[in-house]
Write a protein that binds this ligand. Structure first.
Ligand SMILES: [Zn+2]
Length: 242
């Protein structure tokens, strides 16, 4: 246990030996780490209103997140990174559920209709840089609440600047400008690509809607046929993952 402080050993129940077992400590361990970062918008009028919601009971049930970023770029932390915040709800990504257990949740102060403020995006990029570095989270694993709960959720809104985040190195994104991507190959299956990226396809319309919100900045477009540009985007990202 040489890498873990005795203080943590004493105070965190998850790290205390079970008295019913003979304690045979092994040094072959590290701490369990989150693997995803899930972005949200608060859909509230202010960061103060969001703090209130994230810290108290509220009529729709208790919720929280590890971080909140104000429109002015102010960074608030509500839950330690090692603890399980309540932000993802019923959700699924890459075949896995219970994403609260394996993710960091970041709320962005935004009313759900406005553009995301520049100081807020700058603060987000700084936080993502720090989190991915310290917690060894793959930068590609920055996703939207709307991606992991496509039937129930649509945040952050279609106004969220994913291309800007990709330019800073975060999130899965096509490898060149959309209009320069080659056509998808013959026989290309967009649903296999969406599943490989991580989307839950139990409701295909919802998955298609989430994909278009994230990559094309449009809301509510949920038909099941993909146009050539959408196919090219999916084929490029599939190739990145194979
Ligand atoms: Zn959310």
């Amino acid at each position: 246990m040489q890498n873990l402080s005795l203080d943590i050993m004493r105070t965190d129940p998850l790290l205390q030996p079970n008295p019913a077992a003979r304690w045979e400590p092994s040094d072959n361990l590290d701490v369990r780490r989150p693997q995803l970062i899930v972005l949200h918008h608060t859909e509230l009028a202010s960061a103060e209103a969001a703090l209130q919601t994230l810290k108290t009971d509220n009529p729709y049930g208790k919720v929280s997140a590890h971080y909140l970023i104000g429109g002015d770029g102010a960074l608030y932390q509500l839950v330690p990174e090692g603890a399980r915040a309540w932000h993802a709800g019923a959700s699924r990504w890459a075949g896995r559920g219970d994403l609260n257990s394996s993710s960091i949740g970041i709320e962005l102060d935004n009313d759900g209709r406005s553009e995301f403020a520049e100081p807020q995006i700058q603060a987000l990029v700084l936080l993502l840089t720090d989190l991915c570095d310290r917690l060894k989270i793959e930068p590609r694993h920055v996703i939207a609440h709307g991606d992991i709960a496509p039937v129930r959720k649509s945040d952050p809104s279609a106004k969220f600047p994913w291309a800007r985040l990709a330019a800073a190195g975060f999130g899965l994104w096509p490898s060149s400008a959309f209009n320069l991507l080659p056509n998808s190959p013959a026989g290309f299956d967009p649903w296999l690509a969406l599943a490989l990226i991580g989307y839950d396809l139990r409701d295909k319309s919802a998955a298609a809607r989430a994909f278009r919100r994230h990559y094309f900045g449009v809301e509510g477009v949920d038909h099941l046929e993909f146009d050539p540009l959408e196919l090219a985007v999916l084929a490029d990202m599939q190739a990145q993952l194979l």
